[in-house]
Structures are given as structure tokens and as C-alpha cells.
Design a protein around this ligand. Structure first.
Ligand code: FSX
Ligand code: SF4
Ligand code: F3S
Length: 385
């Protein structure tokens, strides 16, 4: 879409949102942000960064700020399936809340089991009321894999006959948009790891409505709030990759923007945890980093308000935003396909995406990456670093 058309579209959309009534909050998000000690300037700085994150030109910054301010017009229903609540936890850092977490906290969470005050039957009633009252208008966010084995009996919520899977299907039917938050909800995740006794699957396997996957175990607060703001601005689903992940967040590989990439290219690797290479911040490929096969923006945005991320912490990426990562990429300390070390491959450019690589070629890339590591081992024999 042309620049001016987009600007017009966003303005119309925001005008429309503005006309919607605010939900029950007594304070505006601007007041909440100020109360937590953020200045208007800091809020605009956040809006500029978010604008860049969503791949929008800098002049769209005021619209992103406005979208954040209007986030309290959108009713959200957040369901928990089989998971560890790490996705909610990723957002709610209460000791030093980020602007993202404050926005999330302030949106109209009509139902969120771990955050709402209501409990028991009252909570269940809240869900039903919210689905009825905001039919066709609410955004559904689902965290966790959906157990479908044994007719879904591994997840019974509220003690009634409805199973987690039935609630997920029912809530999906009347949602304006559906976001699968986290790898469990996107692809089954850890819950679906072999032998997957509960038959956990991603949300898209149980509903026939379109689902936007926001994977990561957990996904970063930026990717969760960014997806929401994207929906607020566009009112439509974002451009998605082959695994239904928004391209603005999952377009590049971890490896493409990794701070240790120079060491990878120079053939400087950590050979085992705690060695000299580890102390020098060398590349973690040989101790199991799966960054070359993983599409996510962690190397750019990091976690906990940009404090750190797995590679910075010295552990390597375990591919947590990819389907089946626990079974295929979770091998700590081991590179992928290392038995194929001797096969030569050209390697992939920084513009590789999940779409243009394709799954088979990704495996071949594994061969190439491994070959690079093996060849550089010949060039840099141990002790010659
Ligand atoms: Fe946990 Fe969410 Fe991992 Fe899954 O995150 S962090 S197990 S993606 O569903 O709670
Ligand atoms: Fe970074 Fe991992 Fe790639 Fe090495 S293999 S450059 S640590 S992403
Ligand atoms: Fe996950 Fe890798 Fe990022 S393990 S958090 S995708 S660095």
C-alpha cells in the first residue's frame, strides 16, 4: 500500500477506535505511564522504537503512540491452555515495568485466568459474558498448547464438562482476530514434545479461523504488544510467513543479526562451556546454538527491556520459536546435524526467510553451517585461536 494511503487508513482506523467507549479503567494509559515515572519524551522514544520494530517509516510514530493510547478500547480475552504461564510472565515484569508491559496491563483484559480478580464460577461467568457482549469484536489471545488426546480430557477448566479445546474453539468462533501467543499455542511446543501423551497441538489445528502465531518460549514483550498494536493500526491481519508468523517480527534469522556473528565468520568458536573462547564471547554454534535455523528478532530486541538474550548470556539459541523445537533443536551442547560436517554448502545470505528457504533447504543450510564450522576447525586447530 502507498505511503499516503496507509497514513489515511491508519487515521481513519484510529478515529474509529476513538469513538469506541473506554472500558472500565479509571485512568488513561498516559496517566498510568506517567505515574510509573515515564515522561512523555520517553513514551515517544518508545513509540519511535516500536514504529521501527513494525517496519513503519519514522513519521508514523505519532500514530503508533495514539494506537497505544487507544489500546483500552479493544476487549481482549486471554485463554490459558497447557503451558507454564511464561508468556504472561514475559510481559508482566512488576519490579520495573516497561511501557510494553504497562500497555498490556492496561488493555481491557476481559478474561485472563492468572490476572483477573474473579475466581471460580464468577470467572467462568466473566468469560461467557465477555464472549456475548463483545461478539465479533474481541481479540482472542491463547497461551499454551491444546490437548486433544482422550477427547481433550487432559485439560478440564472450571470443573465443568467443557474441555480446554472446546473453550478454545468456542472463543475462536466469534473473535475479531486470534493470536496464538507462544510456541505451545502456535505449534504445540514443549507440551507436544515426544511422546506427547496429551496430544497437545497448536491452536490452528483445532479452529478453522485464521490464527496469527507469535511463537517463542516465551515470546518477547515487544512481539506480543507489537502484534496487538499492528492490529490496532491496520485492523487486519499482518503479512505472515510460511508458519503464520508476522513477518515484521520473524523475518530474519537470529544468526543474521547476532552480536557474535563476526566470530562465526572468522571461525572463532566456543568449543566447550567455560573455555577461553567462552570468555572471549566467541560464537556458540559448536556448543549447540541454533541461531542459524531460527527465525525471530531476539538478537535485535532482546528481553527484559533490552537487558539480555540467550546468546548474550552465553548459552546459545535453542530455536524456541520454531515448530517442534524441543525435539529437533533443543539438544543442549550439540550443533544440529553435526554428523553431516563434511558436506560442503555455500551458506545462506542475510536475507533468507522461512518462506524462501523452505524446510528442506533449511536442513541443507544446517549442512552448510556445520560445514563452515568443520572447515574453520581445520583452519583454526585447537590451541591456535
Ligand atoms: Fe511457557 Fe507460554 Fe513456553 Fe509455552 O510461553 S514460556 S511453555 S511457549 O505457552 O507459558
Ligand atoms: Fe550467534 Fe549462534 Fe550464529 Fe554463533 S551460531 S553467530 S552464537 S546465532
Ligand atoms: Fe528463543 Fe532463540 Fe530467541 S531460544 S528466545 S529464539 S534466542
Amino acid at each position: 500500500m502507498k505511503h499516503n494511503d496507509l497514513l489515511k487508513k491508519f487515521n481513519l482506523r484510529l478515529e474509529e477506535l476513538e469513538k469506541m467507549p473506554r472500558m472500565d479503567q479509571s485512568k488513561t494509559i498516559t496517566e498510568v505511564i506517567e505515574e510509573k515515572g515515564f515522561s512523555r519524551r520517553e513514551f515517544m522514544k518508545w513509540a519511535t522504537a516500536t514504529c521501527a520494530l513494525l517496519a513503519l517509516p519514522a513519521e508514523f510514530t505519532p500514530l503508533v503512540a495514539k494506537a497505544a493510547e487507544l489500546a483500552d478500547r479493544l476487549p481482549i480475552i486471554w485463554l490459558h491452555m497447557a503451558e507454564c504461564t511464561g508468556c504472561s510472565e514475559s510481559l508482566l515484569r512488576s519490579d520495573a515495568p516497561s511501557i510494553d508491559s504497562l500497555i498490556f496491563d492496561h488493555i481491557s483484559l476481559e478474561y485472563h485466568e492468572t490476572l483477573m480478580a474473579a475466581a471460580g464460577w464468577q470467572a467462568e461467568e466473566n468469560l461467557e459474558n465477555a464472549m456475548k457482549k463483545y461478539k465479533g469484536r474481541y481479540v482472542l489471545m491463547v497461551e499454551g498448547g491444546v490437548p486433544i488426546a482422550n477427547e481433550g480430557s487432559f485439560l478440564t477448566i472450571g470443573g465443568h464438562a467443557k474441555r480446554g479445546k472446546d473453550i478454545a474453539i468456542e472463543a475462536s468462533n466469534d473473535a475479531a482476530a486470534i493470536f496464538a501467543i507462544g510456541t505451545c499455542s502456535s505449534f504445540g511446543g514443549v507440551q507436544a514434545a515426544i511422546p506427547n501423551p496429551t496430544g497437545a497441538v497448536g491452536l490452528s489445528e483445532v479452529t478453522n479461523k485464521p490464527v496469527i502465531n507469535v511463537p517463542g518460549c516465551p515470546p518477547s514483550e515487544k512481539n506480543i504488544v507489537g502484534t496487538l498494536l499492528h492490529f490496532l493500526l491496520y485492523g487486519t491481519l499482518p503479512a505472515l510467513d510460511a508458519f503464520n508468523r508476522p513477518k515484521w517480527a520473524y523475518k530474519h534469522r537470529i544468526h543474521d543479526l547476532c552480536e557474535r556473528r563476526g566470530h562465526f565468520d572468522a571461525g572463532e568458536f566456543v568449543e566447550q562451556f567455560g573455555d577461553e573462547g567462552a570468555k572471549n564471547g566467541y560464537c556458540l554454534y559448536k556448543v549447540g546454538c541454533k541461531g542459524p535455523y531460527t527465525f525471530n528478532n531476539c538478537s535485535k530486541n532482546k528481553f527484559n527491556q533490552g537487558t539480555s538474550w540467550p546468546v548474550q548470556a552465553g548459552f546459545g539459541c535453542m530455536g524456541c520459536s520454531e515448530p517442534d523445537f524441543w525435539d529437533t533443536m533443543g539438544t543442549v551442547g550439540e550443533p544440529l546435524k553435526d554428523k553431516l560436517y563434511n558436506t560442503v554448502f555455500d551458506g545462506m545470505g542475510a536475507d533468507a526467510t522461512a518462506d524462501n528457504i523452505g524446510v528442506n533447504l533449511l536442513i541443507a543450510t544446517g549442512v552448510g553451517i556445520a560445514a563452515h564450522a568443520a572447515i574453520s576447525a581445520i583452519k583454526h586447530p585447537k590451541g591456535d585461536e
